[in-house]
Design a protein around this ligand. Sequence first.
Ligand SMILES: [Cu+2]
Length: 421
Amino acid sequence: MNAYKNGVVAAAVLMLIASLPASAQDSSINVQCPTGPDHPNAKCIHLVAGDGMATMADDMIDPDFGGAGKKQYIFSFAEVPLPGVDGAPTEASGNYPAWVMQTGMLAANAPAPTISVDEDDELFLSLTNVGMTMRPDLFDPHTVHWHGFPEAASIFDGVPDSSVSVNMGATLTYYYNVKDAGTYMYHCHVEATEHMQMGMLGNLFVRPRQNKLPAQLLKGFAHTPWDEATKTGNRYAYNDGDGSTSYDVEVPIQMGSFDPDFHDASLNVQPLPFAGMRDRYFLLNGRGYPDTANATVLSTTDPLGTSHESQPVDSLVVADAGDRVLLRISNLNITEFYTLGSNLPMQVVALDARLLRDGAGSNMYYTTNSLTLGGGQSADVIIDTTGLAPGSTYFLYTTNLDRLANDAENFGGMMTEVRIN
Ligand SMILES: [Cu+2]
């Protein structure tokens, strides 16, 4: 290209930049959220990636942080409002990028915010890396990797070898054209062993288009479409065609665990004990029992004195007798297999986001009292509470009994309650 052409291209690029809105021009912290007839099912989410603190379910009191429960240093994601929503500044004000950095610092959640989308949605997921406040020596990028999910393009897969990662102070908007219903999970894939042990793990659900089907009989099952406003109608885990995955109550159950020595080494800028990794806090959705059965959001005060909602997702199952409870179970642990057991029969209708059907379309569902998943696996389980006595309580618990513990304290860990109203 000759010098004249270079000059023309440079001028054209300058004109293009000059025509962009001020916020996009001034900052790499922004969201893309298209509207209009080309994107009737667009859904936009803004996640930040960084660090934070979470509270474990033991009685340990750390003099540096106060309050009962070991304060665990984590890396993870948090959701921040879109521009102009819920008190966030508009992009036109020019204040949104600074607000995102302020709001996102030390705001990490365990687990990462639950993402639930409908089949046929277009998801525009903007990820901003706000850096690790307690580890300013780290320059780690982050990504979002949807585990086992068909992608629109490999650049949105989040595996750093084959797609781009998001550096500090930068944003990437991931695009997903959501096609297959199921129970998935997501995590950061940068330095995956470290970032996943540190907590960059979240629940991800895709709800089937069968929920929106006009009222009709599905092989004898009387279907009415789900209405989110009135919470009436039928909902399903999958496009089953026969109502066999319908449910009344939906509960995410992400099994996991933390090695406090690894997290403390990270907070204290020490060599990380990869080879000696040994998890001692056993968790459902980032909490040990009895916190798993606490229906409130858990908050943790960060080392700078600000309280953040650190563990928003409880695992308490509350149902009326006769309800069908859908457990969306996953394991994203990097070292351990986990077994979840119950004295209630659990009907497994799907594994790894695939409905259990044989080649002839017959149901291959099975009923069990224990389910074992390795890291990266998921299962959809339905518990039918017909006939259970109102006021009774049942348990979901790991049958690896040494994991019913919060570090050194027994009678905790990977367990939660099923309460019948
Ligand atoms: Cu990461």
